[in-house]
Design a binder for this molecule. Structure first.
Ligand code: PLP
Length: 393
């Protein structure tokens, strides 16, 4: 007897493998610049850390309600009102250990043999991994560079079949930094009214990370979808809290009991002290978020300029998140070869576009959540790598 067949269908997130290899090379004495892993390089703001410490000292050491402490769910509802302009019931919020968990629960709820789930490709690798694991067929929504890595609403609607159970959307997006325009989202929302049995998971984990004054447009703004819409967001990116494992999902009424039962089966509840820190994050001073975003903005412009100056490389200007996703087809290497070459020869960690799905071939992801100095050094090394490998303008 061996492990179940479905385990062989579970994928992974290459970012963690690259991180392990980069750490191993660093342990051997190599000077590594990590533009691979997708997490802010800033520490969690002090006021949030202090709130977590206080919660521990105040004795918040036990289990909490499976869906999260009420004060936290109320704080999330207020935050949704503030940033998305929509009033929701805090009882529809389920706090989970990281954004990934809302994703896993939604896919688990709708995925089974014979079902189809649509997902962005290139996109966050766990979508495809979990869809396959669930037994459903993954149906890629192709995100093309010429559309600024947005999707075409008509194209998405034309891919819906009578087996489609769930459509996953992600804007601002990982790995492309693309943002889907409000008009396209609106067109999609309107079209989805023709398919009342199809649920939507909108991954809005980068909702606060947009640039050039372009605000985030949430799928929550489309009233007609409300009863079949799941919103995924959390603290990881906005508040530099990736290691705290704090995320939230907004679930429609019909799915709440199922999501709660999954919580009880999988993790009981989220770390109590982290939940108190989460309240402070949402209600406290937002200045640190603004500061982090202006730093990301400067780095975004820098990496975009530097990448476009390299032979064989071209990069659209990212509009959200903290990733640049240049086209590297002119370099003459596959995405994976370039990822490995940059790490082995130059000590620059990046992620091959194919780690985000087959549509990512010809691209490579740089996380610009690193200092301008390191971005400059990494770009110098990339330039040197191209020169050594005979790539010229
Ligand atoms: N969704 C997207 C699009 C992401 O890029 C990530 C993390 O990189 C997540 C969800 C998961 O976030 P968390 O670390 O909170 O689980």
């Amino acid at each position: 007897m061996g492990i179940s067949e479905k385990m062989s269908r579970l994928g992974t997130e290459t970012a963690f493998d690259v991180l392990a290899r980069a750490n191993a090379l660093a342990a051997d004495g190599m000077d590594i610049i990590n533009l691979g892993i997708g997490q802010p390089d800033f520490p969690t703001p002090d006021n949030i850390v202090e709130a977590g410490i206080k919660a521990l000292k105040d004795g918040h050491h036990g289990y909490t309600a499976a869906n999260g402490i009420p004060e936290l769910r109320e704080a999330v509802a207020t935050d949704i009102e503030k940033y998305r302009g929509v009033t929701i019931d805090p009882n529809n919020i389920i706090v989970v250990p990281g954004g990934k968990v809302t994703m896993a629960f939604a896919i688990e709820m709708f995925g089974e043999d014979g079902a189809e789930i649509m997902y962005p490709n290139p996109g966050f690798p766990i979508y495809e991994s979990m869809i396959r694991y669930s037994g459903a067929t993954p149906v890629p929504i192709r995100l093309l560079e010429e559309n600024g890595f947005s999707f075409d609403a008509e194209q998405v609607l034309s891919q819906i079949t009578d087996r489609t159970r769930l459509i996953i959307l992600n804007t601002p997006a990982n790995p492309t930094g693309g943002v889907v325009a409000a008009a396209e989202l609106s067109k999609l929302a309107e079209g989805l009214e023709r398919f009342p049995d199809v649920y939507i998971l909108s991954d809005e984990i980068y909702s606060r990370m947009t640039y050039d004054g372009e605000g985030h447009v949430s799928m929550l703004e489309f009233d007609a979808l409300r009863e079949r819409l799941i919103i995924l967001d959390g603290w990881s990116k906005t508040y530099a809290m990736t290691g705290w494992r704090m995320g939230w999902g907004l679930w429609p009424n019909a799915l709440i009991p199922h999501a709660q039962r999954l919580c009880v089966n999988y993790h009981s509840c989220v770390n109590a002290a982290a939940q108190y820190a989460g309240i402070e994050a949402l209600q406290g001073d937002q200045n640190s978020v603004d500061k982090m975003m202006s730093a990301f903005d400067a780095r975004r412009l820098l990496i975009h300029d530097r990448l476009n100056a390299l032979p064989g490389v071209s990069c659209v200007l990212p509009k959200g998140a903290f990733y640049a996703f240049p086209n590297i087809t002119g370099v003459g290497l596959t995405s994976r070869e370039l990822q490995n070459g940059l790490l082995q020869s130059e000590g620059v960690a990046t992620i091959a576009g194919t780690s985000f799905g087959a549509e990512g071939e010809g691209y490579i992801r740089f996380s610009y959540a690193n200092s301008t100095e390191n971005i400059e050094r990494a770009m110098d090394r990339f330039e040197q790598y191209l020169a050594t490998n005979g790539v010229s303008a």
